[in-house]
Structures are given as structure tokens and as C-alpha cells.
Design a protein around this ligand. Structure first.
Ligand code: GDP
Ligand code: MG
Length: 733
């Protein structure tokens, strides 16, 4: 040290772990001296820095949170600040948690010490995505603020320069900070300050208000110092303190020191308003974490998820039902127009049943698809879908599926009444091909809305008292089949390890309407464009299978009519009102003739022949050729099963309680019994998906062989199941 050098003494203070020692080491390097504070074991570290003709003498004080003498460290730090009269006090704070750290800084300002605030760990601040307005903080605190990263030695030079420049202006610091401590304490503080000033009580060392505060905080060190100095004044101060403490206990149920701490933190948070800004990304992540406490909660999470899935489902099928029936009505009306205006014959039939029904089948799914795509886009874009997957993943993983498989299952009819086409399309949220494939192949097992009428019909006839229970069991069977078949598939032909679930959940965000609409329309249009052409073609094929070959002659000979009537008589059909009472009267009404004609035409067609051809096999499951035909027709759309069954029995498929209705007939026909009904329910539930769903499977799996597999496998599986159940029931009933 040169003689001319001016010495500046600097006390380094701060909360433990704020980086004080690290800063001290980078500043002073090897020029350190370690000793003890006189009389106690607390270590005293000192170090020197030379710069611009000054010698900076740093003292690394023990880390403290407060300046109230609750511990030896706090006392050492405080005493050094007030008794050794350092030229400057440098408070090192962890800038990443300013609120907590400024508690000490505020007390230093209340003490009237010349403070420089060091915002250390600025690297952490940036990493956390926060920004600090240092200028604003300087202005509000009324002291200089320097940013540092002590571990990297950053900000060292700025700190030294600041210290040197402030040294000449020490006088600026002399007025201590005054904070309001609220209506309960402020008047008492004022009263005590007056007493302290009047008696010049400890004012040579401490500011008057500060002493008053220490009395209120029950600082034993100051109180005993005061008693030594002037017992009378101390007693007066203690009286005021006791009065205030009583009052606080009565009104606020707490002690004055707690009130003081509250007001200090209040002051700090108003100080920090607009100083700390978290960047938006960070803010969103924190908000997401808050939301996830509820949304992925062990109990509430699944409950909320059930609610959301149910809402999506209801929205799809309740809202979707309106445009759906409009479109269906429209195509029904178009078909009527064609039947009325075009001459009877093949062309009329092709246009009405092949083309219009085919296009109608394509387009009637569009509203459902748009709604489901919209909902999925919302759940995905908002980040909720990832949470659903996260919650369900453990269950579904067991079956070789993925948490995201839930959506396809639900939409396909996991809650009875869905539709497999949007369900299969919903599988595009699955990113792993194997789990997606297993999902797509098993989703059609669910109870879609088109299967419902046949279930309702059979349950109504055979389990009239337990229809709801029957439907519930059917839905349960659908789930069990989907999950077990999936496990089977994933253990055999789609074997492969489960995709590890990425635990990183994206932060929630509010999707934009425009984004949602674009997503929705893109996906819907893909369906219309690609599936449309194929579906139309298949629709025409199915029409042809049920139309060709034509009956050689559409007319009936008298004998034939006699024969038909005799057969209908035998089946008990002609006893219904409106039918001729006996075989002598052969003028059948035209409608009846048409019904019988349709039946014969159907039986004569390829589809009909297939039904007859299959009868020896399907009889194992209790199905006759008429049921077979309707099941073949059901491939077009499951709704068709009932109408085809009606045609095959030359019955109106329609209303109940109409003696010519299908349900009435089934009730009376001795061929129909409970075991056949149960077997048929199982088969309809599980056999080949309708061809629109098959096309969807081909599209989503990217391979027709999987679509073919779905048709063949599901039919074989369904038939095996039905046969087993039918044969077992046969042993008992
Ligand atoms: P003290 O208790 O205030 O003396 O704190 P230390 O100097 O012992 O530092 C506590 C911890 O904070 C140590 O692990 C340091 O390496 C670390 N640390 C100090 N300064 C910084 C900094 O600027 N950035 C980061 N990220 N860590 C720091
Ligand atoms: Mg230390």
C-alpha cells in the first residue's frame, strides 16, 4: 500500500448462499486474511483490492437474513455496520429471489448505512426467463445497484468503480429509510421516537426510529444496551412497547415483530412492482404448473378428464345430429325425387340406391368429423390432450395402447352411440405407428350409433325388463374386446416395445379460433377428397351385390301368388289385418306384392346367395340365411341390418306394435329365441366394421392390408365368439 492511497472499508453482507464469499474471493484473490471477531468464534475474513489510487478493504460478514439480534451472526453483522463505520455496505443478494433477499437490504437502509446493492446470480435470473429493471430499482431503493455473476467474475469491475465513485458522496446516505408500519404501530413508533430524541437515547450510534423499532421487535441486545445507558428512558419505551404488544395480541392475535415483518415484505413487494418481469414463456409454464396441480391431480384429474371426454362426446353427437339428420333428410329426399321422376328400372335403382346413398354416406359423416376434429384440435392445441394421455397411459400401456387411444375409443362408441369413422380419424393424435394401428383396429368394436337400433330391437324383444342393463353389458363387452384384442395383437402381429411416454407436458395455451378452424377444415377436406371416391365406388359395388342378378320376371303367376300367400300363412303373417283371410282371395295389395318381390329379389342376388351359401356354417352361431343377408348388407352401414332383415322377411322394418313389424315378427317366430338374439348381438358388435370405417382404417394405417385384416379378423373373431356363446347357451336353454 502506498502512503498516498486512500483506504475505503467495505462491509460485504447478504443472506447465506447469496454468493458473498464467491464475490469476495474473485475480488480479493489471494490477498485475504482470516481471523476471528474478538471474543467469539465467528470467522472474520478480510481482503484488499487496489484500484485507481484507492485501497478497498473488504470484510466478508457472516450471512444473515435480518439485522435483529436473534443470532450471533446477525449481531456480528449489525455491530460491524454500526460500530466499525464502514465507508460502504455492499449487500449481495440472490437476484433470482429478490423478494426474500431485499428484507436485509431494507433493514440496512433503515439503519441509514451507505448501501450498494449487488444483484448477484444474474445468470440464474436470465435462465429463469426473468428480466430486472435495475434503473427502476435504484430509483425506488435510493441506492446504487450493480449486477454481477460472481461465479464467472462478471460485474467485478463495475462494482469496484461504483464503490470508488460513491466514496466521495458518503454524506448522501445520511437519512435513514422510513417505512410505514401501519395504524397500530406508527403512532407508537412516533411516540417512542420523540422520547428517544428528547433524551438523546442511543442516538449517537443508531437512528431514533431504528431504536424504537428494535424495542418493538424485542431486540434484547438493544434493550439491555438501553437499560445500561438510561434505565428511565428504557422503561418508558418498554411501557409503550408492552401497550402496543397487548393491543396487537388482542386485535391482530400476533406480536409486533410479526406486524413489522409483514409491513416490510409489503414494502418490498411494492418496491419490486414492475421491477421483476417474468417473460411470457416462463409465466405460461408457471401458470401451467398451477393448472396441472388440479388437472392432473390423482383424484380430481381423472374426474375432470371424464367430464371433458363426455363433453366432447356429447358435443359431437348432440350438435352433430342436427346437420347429420339434415343431410340424411336431404339425400332421402333426393332419392325420393329420383324414384318418382326416373322410370323404374336398374338405372333408377343405381342412382337412388347406389350413387345417392353412397354420396350421402360420405357426406353425412362430414358434420360429425368437423366437430370431432374441432374438439381434438382444441384439446391438442390447448395442451390438455397431453395430460389425458399422461393420466391414462399406465392403464392403456398394459394393453399395448397409448394414453391417446382413449379419444378414438370414446368417439367410436365407448359411450354407446358414437361412430367409428370419426373415432378412427381421431387416432391421428397417436404418434407411434404400432399403438395407432392397434387403436384403429380395435376402435370399431365399440357400440356405434348404427349398431344401437339392432341392439335395442333385440333387447326390447328378449330382455324387455332389462334393456338398460343389456346395453350396459354390451358396452362393457365392447371395451373388454377392444382392450383384450389389442393386447393380443400387440403380443403377436404388431409386436414391439411401447413408445416411451414423453413426460414433458407442453404449457397450456389458449388456441386461436382461426387455427382451430384451419385444422378442422384441412382434416375434413382430406376425408371428403380421399375417402369420398372410394366410398362411392364401394357403395355402388354393394348395391350391385344386392341387386344382381335380377329376377328373370317381375310378374307373379297366379300359382306363385298362391304359393307366396300359403307360405306367409304358414309363417302367420297373413293373419294381420289388411291381409286376405284365406287363400281363395288372391288379390294381394300392391304393397304386399312389392314386399314379397323385394324379398325374392334379395334372396336371388349375389348377397342373398352368399347368405344361403353360408347358412350351413352360420347355423353354428344360430343364424339362418335371412340373418346372413342382413349382415352382408350391414357391411354397407350397420343401420342397414334392420332394413335388410325386414326385406328378407318381406316385412316393414319399421314401427313396433305394427303387427307386420320386425320386432313383432321376431317375438312370434319360433326360430327366434334368446340364444340366437345374444349370439347375434355379439356378432353385430364385433364383426367387420362398415366399409366407410374400413376405408378410414386403410387411410389411417396407410395400408389396405390392415383394412382387409380388420374385416377378416373381426368377422372371424366375432363368429367364433358368437358360436361359442350360442353353443354354450344351447346346453342350458
Ligand atoms: P455465501 O454463503 O453468500 O458466501 O455464498 P457462496 O459464495 O458460498 O455461494 C453459494 C453458492 O452460490 C456457491 O455454490 C456458488 O458457487 C454459487 N454462486 C455464487 N455466485 C453465483 C453466481 O453469480 N451465479 C451462480 N449461478 N451461482 C453462484
Ligand atoms: Mg460465505
Amino acid at each position: 500500500m502506498k502512503q498516498t492511497d486512500q483506504k475505503i472499508t467495505i462491509a460485504l453482507t447478504g443472506n447465506p448462499n447469496s454468493g458473498k464469499t464467491t464475490l469476495f474471493n474473485t475480488l480479493t484473490g489471494s490477498r485475504q486474511h482470516v481471523g476471528n471477531y474478538p471474543g467469539i468464534t465467528v470467522e472474520k475474513k478480510e481482503g484488499l483490492v487496489e484500484s485507481a489510487g484507492y485501497v478497498l478493504h473488504f470484510v466478508d460478514l457472516p450471512g444473515t437474513y435480518s439485522l435483529t439480534a436473534y443470532s450471533q451472526e446477525e449481531l456480528v453483522a449489525r455491530n460491524f455496520m454500526v460500530r466499525e463505520n464502514p465507508d460502504l455496505v455492499v449487500d449481495v443478494v440472490n437476484a433470482a429471489s429478490l423478494e426474500r433477499n431485499l428484507y436485509l437490504a431494507v433493514q440496512i437502509l433503515e439503519l441509514g448505512a451507505p448501501l450498494v446493492l449487488v444483484l448477484n446470480m444474474m445468470d440464474e435470473v436470465r435462465k429463469k426467463g426473468m428480466t430486472l429493471d435495475t434503473g427502476l430499482l435504484e430509483q425506488r431503493m435510493g441506492c446504487r445497484v450493480v449486477e454481477t455473476v460472481a461465479r464467472q467474475g462478471k460485474g467485478k469491475k463495475e462494482l469496484i468503480d461504483t464503490i470508488i465513485s460513491l466514496n466521495s458522496r458518503k454524506e448522501d446516505f445520511k437519512s435513514p429509510l422510513e417505512i410505514s408500519y401501519g395504524p397500530d404501530l406508527d403512532p407508537a413508533l412516533k411516540e417512542m421516537e420523540d422520547i428517544i430524541r428528547e433524551n438523546a437515547f442511543l442516538t449517537d450510534i443508531y437512528p431514533a426510529r431504528w431504536v424504537a423499532l428494535k424495542y418493538l421487535e424485542s431486540d434484547e441486545e438493544i434493550i439491555s444496551e438501553g437499560r445500561r445507558k438510561s434505565p428511565d428512558t428504557s422503561t418508558r419505551l418498554e411501557d409503550v412497547t408492552n401497550k402496543v404488544a397487548d393491543h396487537c395480541l388482542k386485535t391482530l392475535k400476533t406480536y409486533p415483530e410479526a406486524v413489522i415483518a409483514d409491513y416490510r415484505y409489503g414494502f418490498i413487494s411494492s418496491l419490486l412492482k414492475d421491477v421483476v418481469t417474468r417473460d411470457q414463456q416462463r409465466q405460461r409454464i408457471e401458470m401451467s404448473d398451477q393448472l396441472d396441480k388440479f388437472l392432473t391431480h390423482r383424484l380430481l384429474g381423472p374426474l375432470f378428464m371424464i367430464f371433458v371426454l363426455y363433453m366432447v362426446y356429447s358435443l359431437t353427437f348432440l350438435v352433430g345430429d342436427i346437420p347429420l339428420s339434415l343431410i340424411e333428410d336431404f339425400f332421402g329426399w333426393m332419392g325420393e325425387v329420383v324414384r318418382r321422376t326416373m322410370p323404374d328400372g336398374l338405372l333408377q335403382s343405381l342412382v337412388a340406391s347406389g350413387i345417392i346413398d353412397g354420396v350421402g354416406a360420405v357426406l353425412s359423416f362430414v358434420p360429425l368429423l368437423m366437430i370431432i376434429f374441432f374438439c381434438i384440435a382444441f384439446l391438442e392445441d390447448s395442451g390438455y390432450m397431453a395430460r389425458v394421455a399422461y393420466m391414462l397411459d399406465r392403464v392403456f400401456r398394459y394393453f399395448g395402447l397409448h394414453g391417446c387411444s382413449i379419444m378414438p375409443f370414446i368417439v367410436s362408441g365407448g359411450i354407446a352411440g358414437g361412430c367409428a369413422v370419426p373415432g378412427i380419424m381421431a387416432a391421428r393424435t397417436l404418434r407411434s405407428p404400432k399403438e395407432k394401428l392397434a387403436t384403429v383396429l380395435t376402435a370399431p368394436f365399440m357400440t356405434c350409433g348404427a349398431k344401437l337400433p339392432i341392439f335395442l330391437l333385440l333387447a326390447g324383444v328378449f330382455f324387455p325388463a332389462n334393456q338398460a342393463l343389456a346395453l350396459f353389458l354390451i358396452t362393457l363387452l365392447a371395451w373388454a374386446s377392444a382392450l383384450l384384442v389389442s393386447k393380443l395383437l400387440r403380443a403377436t402381429i404388431i409386436r414391439g416395445a411401447a413408445t416411451p411416454f414423453v413426460m414433458e407436458l407442453p404449457p397450456y395455451r389458449l388456441p386461436t379460433l382461426q387455427g382451430l378452424l384451419i385444422h378442422t377444415w384441412e382434416r375434413t377436406w382430406q376425408y371428403i377428397k380421399k375417402a369420398g371416391t372410394i366410398i362411392l365406388a364401394i357403395s355402388i359395388l354393394i348395391w350391385a351385390a344386392m341387386t344382381f342378378p335380377q329376377l328373370p320376371d317381375n310378374g307373379f303367376s297366379d300359382e306363385e301368388i298362391q304359393g307366396v300367400i300359403a307360405e306367409r300363412d304358414f309363417r302367420g303373417l297373413n293373419t294381420a289385418p289388411g291381409f286376405p283371410a284365406n287363400t281363395d282371395d288372391i288379390t294381394l295389395e300392391e304393397e304386399q306384392i312389392e314386399l314379397v318381390l323385394a324379398e325374392r329379389q334379395l334372396a336371388h342376388s349375389y348377397a342373398g346367395r352368399m347368405g344361403t351359401f353360408l347358412e350351413p356354417v352360420t347355423s353354428w352361431a344360430g343364424f339362418d340365411w335371412r340373418i346372413n343377408i342382413s349382415l352382408v348388407g350391414g357391411f354397407a352401414a350397420k343401420e342397414v341390418i334392420i332394413s335388410t332383415l325386414g326385406t328378407a322377411y318381406s316385412l316393414e322394418a319399421g314401427e313396433e306394435d305394427d303387427p307386420t313389424s320386425l320386432s313383432d315378427h321376431i317375438r312370434q317366430d319360433p326360430d327366434w329365441d334368446t340364444k340366437r338374439a345374444v349370439s347375434l348381438i355379439i356378432f353385430v358388435l364385433l364383426y367387420a366394421p362398415c366399409f366407410v370405417a374400413v376405408v378410414a382404417i386403410a387411410r389411417e394405417s396407410g395400408a389396405w392390408r390392415w383394412a382387409v385384416f380388420a374385416m377378416v379378423f373381426n368377422t372371424v373373431f366375432a363368429f367364433g365368439f358368437s358360436t361359442a356363446v350360442y353353443q354354450t347357451l344351447k346346453l342350458f336353454i
